[in-house]
Design a protein around this ligand. Structure first.
Ligand code: PLP
Length: 391
């Protein structure tokens, strides 16, 4: 049997990982500035995370949501404390798409309405409603197409107001990433998020804060939406939540009431996933990683801005992007294959940095020096190429 070939792969086999480094099968060390797509929050194979999972594994790994699972409440308590949303309710699932799927569905159950407002360059996942609210026609199958999703320009207050004037009675929810990830590290304006809050309140619509990538401390606050000083009705989470163990969840404001059978999942909230998620929160708290993300991120951002070849350096905390000009279009590839550094990308020309929140100052400096070196090499190579063409 072959694997269903949907991923464009880098020809690298990683066999070991620790902190912000991974090693391939030949023992070559790579600096991980990509965090396995923003998933590695507390560093690869963090000893506390490993120990917590091992201990849980020896007790019980799984039982379905038909019995008491006290570790779910333990997780809810810790999550409430660290996120500052103690009065919210927690529903656990397994991935980011599933979190958004449940959020959009729950919003519609709550207010009985159908329309969803989403934004250009959004990414919310690949399942039914989540993909319908994702601004990428290439991944929307005919069966996912629906008239219920309205796409608006990101950060366009006029368009948002007009949309609510036209469809206010029909809008069930507005879903927005506080910082667009796949879309290329675009920060939602604080005034825009505040306006979403006001309009949702006026029209009985649900404000869904997709925090799958920008949440869990990565931005320097627990949720990037917190920068606007507003409370969303639902926060969706996954990626950094388990540090690589598949777990997702949604935080639900108290005015949205549950009903038996309304949401559900077989695997969501299993013992092992909760142990992994608790370990992550314990490390975030113990090592003050949200503050670290803010400070280290600001340092990285400032130093990147000083590199004149990089354009439009932007981001918050350890969620940073910059545009790569045409003459440096191979920078990502060069960093990976010549300098052994993983980074992320966003089409057409954005490099994304999503390292573990535990990344050290020394590793950040190592990265910055390497970027400068890689840029100089690319410039020299392009000069040589031009000279060859002239000859
Ligand atoms: C903002 C956002 N929402 C949702 C998702 C979907 O998450 P998953 O791949 O876990 O389904 C992603 C994944 O990249 C994401 O970045």
């Amino acid at each position: 049997m072959v694997l269903f070939d949907v991923y464009p792969l880098n020809n690298i086999t990683v066999t070991k990982a620790q902190g912000s480094y991974v090693w391939d099968e030949n023992g070559v060390q790579y600096l991980d500035m990509y965090g396995g797509h923003a998933v590695i929050s507390i560093g690869h194979t963090h000893p506390h995370w490993v120990k917590r999972i091992e201990e849980q594994l020896e007790q019980i790994a799984f039982y379905s949501n038909s019995i008491n699972i006290p570790i779910q409440q333990e997780l809810a308590n810790k999550l409430g404390k660290l996120s500052g949303k103690e009065e919210y309710q927690l529903f656990l699932c397994n991935s980011g798409a599933e979190a958004n799927e449940n959020a959009l569905k729950l919003a519609s159950f709550h207010n009985g309405k159908k329309k969803i407002v989403a934004f250009n360059k959004s990414f919310h996942g690949r399942t039914s409603l989540a993909v319908a609210a994702t601004d990428n026609k290439n991944i929307v199958a005919p069966v996912n197409e629906t008239d219920n999703v309205i796409f608006l320009p990101f950060n366009d207050e006029k368009a948002l107001k007009q949309c609510f004037r036209d469809f206010g009675d029909e809008i069930s929810s507005v879903i927005i990433e506080g910082i667009q990830g796949v879309g290329g590290i675009n920060i939602a304006n604080e005034s825009f998020l505040k306006l979403i809050r006001v309009l949702c309140d006026e029209h009985n619509a649900v404000y869904i804060a997709d925090s799958v990538q920008c949440g869990y401390g990565r931005s320097g606050l627990f949720f990037s939406h917190d920068y606007a000083g507003v409370d969303a009705d639902i926060y969706t989470m996954a990626k950094g939540m388990g540090n690589g163990f598949p777990v997702g969840g949604i935080l639900i404001a108290p005015h949205i009431k549950p009903k038996h059978g309304m949401l559900g999942t077989t695997f969501g909230g299993n013992h092992l996933a909760c142990a992994a998620a608790l370990a992550v929160l314990e490390v975030i708290e113990e090592e003050k990683l949200i503050d670290v993300a803010k400070q280290r991120g600001q340092y990285l951002l400032n130093r990147l801005k000083a590199i004149e070849d990089l354009e439009n350096v932007r981001g918050r905390g350890l969620m940073i992007g910059f545009d790569v000009p045409e003459h440096l279009k191979d920078l990502k590839k060069k960093l990976l294959f010549d300098f052994n550094i993983f980074t992320g990308e966003a089409k057409p020309n954005v490099i994304r940095l999503l390292p573990a929140l535990t990344i050290t100052r020394k590793q950040v400096d190592e990265f910055l020096e390497t970027v400068k070196e890689a840029i100089e090499e690319l410039k020299a190579e392009s000069k040589m190429l031009k000279a060859e063409v002239v000859q």
